[in-house]
Design a protein around this ligand. Sequence first.
Ligand code: SF4
Ligand code: SF4
Length: 437
Amino acid sequence: MDLKELMKEAGIVGAGGAGFPSYGKLASGADTLVINGAECEPLLYTDYILLRDELSMVLTGIQAVQDYLGVKKAQLCVKHHTAEKLAWEDGQTLAKGVLVTVLPDVYPMGDEIALIYQATGRVVKPGNLPISAGVIVYNVETLYNVAVALKKEEKVTMKWLTIGGNVARPIVVKVPVGTPVSALFKKYGVVVPENHTVLDGGPSMGKVVNVGRDVVTKTTKGFLILPNDIEAIRTKFINVEKSVARAETACCQCTRCTDMCPRNLLGYPIEPHKMVRTAMGAAEFMPQMVLTATLCCGCGVCESLACCQGISPKAVINNYKALLGKNKMRYVATEGVSPAAERDYRMIPSTRWAHVLGVAKYDKVAEFVGADEDFNKVEIMMRAHIGAPSVPVVADGEEVVKGQLIAKAADGLSLPQYASISGRATVIGNEKIIIER
Ligand code: SF4
Ligand code: SF4
């Protein structure tokens, strides 16, 4: 089967990002494949464990994509601390055409645009896709899933994830997609202490989890249990209205948020201090005033490190992103840009970032506890990816077996879904399919 078709059939999405269907990235015009193993956020060890224990599968996935696209060069990018653990060196050959690229231990390195520049020296034109710079980026687990589809003819039904933060023993485990977070925590004795919050993802970019309701998805990288009084959690509960009001009154226009913005340092025309001084009413009247808001990667450097007035430029920018989204507007440059000369001196060491977020003391390398399929219930979401939701094909009450197609891809950009355990299916409209043993 054609690789693009195989990736679609297997239901593969970008394993750590927003859930873009991976087959959609397979376009001609690339000369370099960049593999994102930066695992940029503190406390997450999922990609490290995959590279340590499943490297041959990851390399199989890389070479399949290389062969399909005729791309001779692949750069497997890991941060310096991960390279040390794996005993890898910069420029080391892992397989024909696959080289290690060691990234500095700075934040943010996992951001696709920053990663591409660091690995290849190319800056993607603002608002354009990586392919415009001749690059395709895939996450480590995505390529592992490509190899699983190729060698074992299996679909994506399992997810690798870290459980970390304020826990006695951080672990990495492989569990069925759709496993309830509550069942996962119960199984591994994880108790969420009072005044703690659980995040799906890293401390900077992760989303707050409702433990009683949420489930493992194909994009879950990890669950972190963190106390409410640290910066990483404080920023998740910022009141947007208050933040906008404070920005309008308290900003002294020192420009520190712009000076430290990683996207601005790459030459992107985003200037958070100007966003902060733009009145929301004016932006509503003339959204093109804040068009560059769509260039923000959401790293949080401006709100957690740069601003000394307690303002969150990121929250203001998120407001503008929503406004632009409603108006179907985004910034797309036709000209290239160049990084600022001072970029190298303004990058934030990972250890400092972990301290800023208040998570440094929880950073212990996670232990891999293996694959665990012993769960009695899963909930498979139909909107588990960017694009059109999957369309259920099983009847309510039907018995299904693990790996069986339960929802087909819709027309256009979409993906099918497969049963991650065997059992009886309950179809909840077009929202989800619950399977119980
Ligand atoms: S969150 Fe702030 S620092 Fe990060 S890219 Fe957006 S504006 Fe720049
Ligand atoms: S860092 Fe804070 S005070 Fe300075 S310009 Fe940015 S928002 Fe205003």
